[in-house]
Design a protein around this ligand. Structure first.
Ligand SMILES: NC(=O)c1ccc[n+]([C@@H]2O[C@H](COP(=O)([O-])OP(=O)(O)OC[C@H]3O[C@@H](n4cnc5c(N)ncnc54)[C@H](OP(=O)(O)O)[C@@H]3O)[C@@H](O)[C@H]2O)c1
Length: 290
């Protein structure tokens, strides 16, 4: 009893969350939900129990959630049946007697009209489903992951500049590792039920400021070159992104330019107990060797 289960334990965020949970709880109290245990052998070697379950197979979820007190639902991939998957997890959590569920939607200001295909409608659905489930729950709202921002700024910024659609909004991406540490805090500390946390990193930056950071790292000017949406899409296609992915990336950039994920407050820092990794630190580690 009283186990903490994290879904998506074969994926990046689920794995990191379990690793941070290990700093706070013995492995015997932790469970990772996987479709294929072979993909999370590193966790099994640390003593974490792996249970097999598929979001599309409710019976497998009910079985996997037996004896679980707290559950982290790592959102599933875009371009899949996300509403069905998340509803199945929530229903199975209720059936299995889970007490507290943590979900990680994308950050959206109250009343925001910004929408992202495959993301925002599915998050709204999941939040409504949670609200009517009777479960205690916490929303750990995510900004864009720092770990994946480099393709957004154009494939070859050192050679061709930071070529992104025009806009001067700022955004505060956060590393998966900091987000996972915050989730581990929520899952192990008292008093997080019923709360919504806005887990922005910081400080916020615009793409023009990113060009300045890259200039500093590179030691020579990296220009900020605003381009049309059409040119941006063509450039992404030219480096191999498929059509559905280029449209998806463009929507993220529109959100960044609109200031949707600007830092407000310091929930992430408070939960993890130190300053989150900044965009500048991340870019320095990514581009230092280039
Ligand atoms: N904020 C952002 O910038 C941002 C960026 C990217 C993603 N995200 C969101 O954050 C989530 C987690 O990111 P991540 O980097 O950890 O993704 P990831 O590494 O791709 O992990 C996704 C996990 O979901 C599992 N999964 C997929 N379908 C499943 C199913 N039917 N049943 C059970 N498990 C299933 C995968 O299992 P398998 O290993 O078996 O496939 C994997 O463990 C993503 O899914 C996405 O919703 C956010």
């Amino acid at each position: 009893m009283n186990k903490i289960l994290v879904t998506g334990a074969s994926g990046s965020l689920g794995k990191l969350t379990l690793r941070h949970l290990l700093d706070r709880r013995p492995a015997s109290g932790l469970v990772g939900l996987v479709r294929d245990p072979a993909k999370a052998q590193d966790l099994a070697e640390l003593g974490i129990e792996l249970r097999t379950g598929d979001y599309m197979d409710p019976a497998s979820l009910r079985k996997a959630f037996t004896g679980v007190d707290k559950l982290m639902l790592v959102p599933t991939h875009a371009f899949t049946e996300r509403k069905i998957a998340h509803a199945n997890v929530i229903d199975a959590a209720v059936d299995a007697g889970v007490r507290h569920l943590v979900y990680a939607p994308i950050i959206r200001d109250h009343g925001s009209t910004f929408s992202m295909k495959e993301i925002t409608a599915e998050d709204e659905f999941t939040q409504a489903k949670l609200a009517e489930s009777g479960l205690a729950y916490t929303l750990a709202e995510h900004p864009p992951f720092l770990d994946v921002i480099t393709p957004y700024m154009g494939a070859t910024p050192y050679e061709n500049g930071v070529r992104v659609p025009v806009g001067d909004g700022r955004f505060a991406a956060a590393s998966r590792d900091d987000l996972a540490a915050a989730q581990a805090a929520i899952l192990t500390e008292e008093g997080h039920e019923g709360k919504t946390y806005r887990l922005t990193g910081g400080p916020s930056v615009s793409f023009a400021e990113i060009a300045k950071i890259l200039s500093d790292i590179h030691g020579s000017p990296v220009p900020y070159v605003p381009v049309s949406d059409e040119e941006y899409l063509d450039n992404m296609r030219a480096v191999g992104f498929p059509d559905f992915a280029v449209e998806f990336v463009l929507t993220w950039v529109h959100g960044m330019n609109a200031g949707e994920w600007e830092a407000k407050g310091s929930d992430l820092e408070t939960l993890i107990g130190h300053s989150p990794t900044t965009t500048s630190e991340f870019l320095r580690s990514e581009y230092a060797a280039r």
